[in-house]
Design a binder for this molecule. Structure first.
Ligand code: PAF
Length: 294
């Protein structure tokens, strides 16, 4: 618990506090969020604390990363509970910028940050423009907070890969950390979107994690990528999901070779995005093929 966590809602307040910490030589950790926080977010704050002297968490529901018909308007906003939870998790400063501070020229005239290639597949293909919006806001947040270390959840696997590309290419002077996925006892990955699930859908939802485990086991047993992906899609559809993708990829999200090739380090990630009713869930599982070159 950090006694007396501060809340900043103007750039002036944020900068004064961060400048003072920097003058003291303190290392600043940063956790960007869209609020409606849960245990998954608080685990990011705790990881930031382990790697920094002071932790800033932002709460900003970013309109530019929602497509038409997505849930920007109905995205749950729970600022009081979020501030209390951040404070209890040991955060030192909550950064809650108004829309006009984040986008002073309005969203239509905002400078955009676009990462090529990796944003065109998987979630990028199913949610056109989503990662442009994410990079556009995260670049602004990095400039505002000027952290030494920034923490993102591994549940949003592609987001972390895209941010990593942006940080490297734009030479943001910070270290990126990926935090492990936090799961419910039945395997469902924690997400703000889980609360949209009906009671019946909630019972079905852990099938995503079970499918990821089955994909991993099939890959370990030597099953070909196309076949195990087709089986994963069929399994999820049979359980009642509408499947956007269920795929096996390398860490850079390209298709792995069908059979072993020299120099393959065997690192893989199985990724699923699937809908139950109006709720879209994503999850992934990282693993290394047994017997791969290391
Ligand atoms: O992962 C999220 O919650 C958002 O995409 C982020 C990184 C806070 C940017 O709005």
């Amino acid at each position: 618990m950090s006694a007396g966590m501060e809340v900043a809602d103007s750039l002036g307040m944020l900068r004064a506090r961060v400048d003072a910490w920097k003058r003291e030589g303190l290392r600043i950790g940063f956790v960007p969020t869209m609020g409606n926080l849960h245990e998954g977010h608080y685990s990011l704050v705790r990881l930031a604390r382990e790697n920094a002297d002071r932790v800033v968490a932002s709460i900003f529901v970013n309109p530019t990363q929602f497509g038409p018909g997505e849930d920007y308007e109905r995205y749950p906003r729970t600022p009081e509970a979020d501030v209390a939870g951040l404070s209890a998790a040991g955060c030192h400063l909550a950064w809650m910028p108004p829309l006009e501070t984040m986008y002073p020229l309005g969203t239509a005239r905002a400078v955009r940050v676009q990462v090529p290639g990796i944003t065109g597949v998987l979630d990028g293909a199913h949610r056109p423009g989503h990662f442009d919006g994410v990079c556009t806001v995260v670049a602004r947040l990095f400039n505002q907070v000027r952290p030494d270390v920034a923490v993102f959840g591994r549940k949003d696997y592609q987001q972390l890969a895209v941010i990593r590309h942006m940080v490297r290419d734009l030479a943001f002077p910070l270290e990126l950390l990926g935090a492990d996925i936090v799961r419910e006892d039945d395997g469902l990955a924690r997400s703000s979107r889980n609360q949209y699930l009906s009671a019946g859908e909630r019972v079905l939802a852990p099938e995503i994690h079970r499918t990821l485990l089955a994909m991993r086991d099939a890959a370990q047993a030597g099953q070909g990528r196309r076949e195990l992906e087709a089986e994963a899609v069929a399994r999820l559809q049979a359980a009642g999901f509408v499947v956007d993708y269920a795929v096996l990829r390398t860490p850079l999200l390209v298709e792995p070779p069908e059979s072993p090739v020299p120099g393959d380090d065997g690192q893989r990630v199985a990724l699923v995005a699937a809908r139950l009713g109006r709720t879209r869930l994503i999850d992934n599982l990282e693993f290394t093929l047994q017997g791969a070159d290391s």
